[in-house]
Ligand binder design. Structure first.
Ligand code: HEM
Ligand code: FPP
Length: 296
């Protein structure tokens, strides 16, 4: 193999890992770790926990590429992925996913704790097998149920530091769980024809675009209410509350715009905002944790 082709092949393996999605997933896990204790968490658990969760999520993403390769090859958004293009073959992808998945489990079991390894394994199976193999092809509620796996990382992070399942960590999971439908359905509206072409029963395909827009609006309202819970339970303070309300109103603005302007551009803008939203609301949790606003 020439130097150039091996560099290119690394790019393909990186693409298998859905690096931008995994980056945000890992960020939410890190926030879970940092919120779990006052001050700084133990460095070993922090480092190996992050590594294990990142590798497990990457392994799940690679398995998703393997299972979905035929459908991916038929949709414009995904047809240039390394399996449909033939840049990587199925066997190598499976070996890669197996190796990084096994390293993830070993790191979590040996260097972190068994609870985190177990929950991470459940998330991996939840996304790579239960969502990708079954739910995605079976029901328009696919991403709602499958969203549990994508929402788990703050809990994984928290467990990596404390070895326990804390109600506050479950609140963070709930926020991502409620965020997932508006995040994904906004994109699914813009891409509905492609999903219909490959018979994947996403909500805009099975129940129409109008109904999906309404669901996005309702989930966005629910999200705004859910994000008040960290403040109301005393987990977070005013900086978080103000951020959550402003960011939530921003999301609501996009959801309302989608009810008014029925074009794909507005839907894709909402999708883009959903990503910025999640990043910022988790950043706000962090800022609030380390620099709480005290009003005397
Ligand atoms: C079942 C749950 C989820 C579904 C069905 C879903 C679906 C998608 C899809 C189809 C895309 C692709 C957009 C593209 O091709 O550019 C995407 C992008 C993205 N998702 Fe999600 N997502 C889910 C959960 C999550 C979670 C939990 C996170 C992070 C915490 C996340 C973060 C992102 C990010 C950062 C992108 C942009 C990636 C890029 O720019 O390439 N998603 N999502
Ligand atoms: C911690 C751990 C192991 C978590 C795994 C969770 C994980 C990697 C979630 C990713 C969510 C996601 C991008 C779903 C889209 O899949 P899709 O198949 O609907 O989208 P696609 O068409 O872009 O492939």
């Amino acid at each position: 193999m020439t130097d150039q082709s091996s560099v290119l092949s690394w790019r393909h393996y990186l693409e298998l890992c859905k690096p931008r999605v995994v980056a945000l997933i890992v960020f939410t896990a890190i926030v879970g770790m940092l919120l779990a204790v006052p001050g700084w968490p133990p460095l070993g658990n922090f480092f190996y926990g992050t590594l294990g969760i990142a590798l497990a999520a990457s392994s799940a993403a690679a398995i998703n590429h393997f299972i979905d390769q035929i459908a991916d090859g038929q949709m414009a958004r995904t047809k240039n992925r390394p399996l449909p293009t033939g840049d990587l073959n199925s066997q190598n992808v499976l070996i890669f996913a197996g190796i990084i998945g096994a390293i993830a489990m070993a790191v979590l079991i040996i260097k972190v704790n068994v609870l985190t390894a177990f929950l991470t394994f459940l998330s991996l199976i939840g996304y790579a097998v239960i969502y990708t193999v079954y739910l995605k092809k079976m029901t328009p509620q696919n991403i709602v149920i499958g969203g549990i796996a994508g929402a788990a990382p703050p809990l994984l992070g928290w467990a990596a530091i404390t070895g326990e399942i804390h109600p506050h960590a479950l609140l963070l999971v709930l926020i991502i769980f409620v965020w997932t439908p508006p995040h994904f359905w906004a994109l699914a509206i813009a891409r509905r024809e492609e999903y219909a072409k490959v018979s994947i029963p996403m909500l805009p395909v099975t129940h129409g675009v109008e109904f999906t827009r309404l669901q996005i609006l309702l989930y966005t309202i629910l999200l705004l209410i859910t994000t008040l819970l960290p403040y109301l339970t005393g987990m977070s303070g005013l900086i978080y509350l103000i951020s959550a309300v402003l960011l939530g109103l921003g999301f609501l603005y996009y959801a309302v715009q989608m009810m008014r302007k029925k074009d794909n551009k507005t839907a894709m803008r909402t999708f883009g905002y959903s990503i910025v939203y999640l990043m910022l609301i988790f950043a706000a949790l962090l800022i609030d944790h380390y620099f709480p606003l005290s009003i005397s």
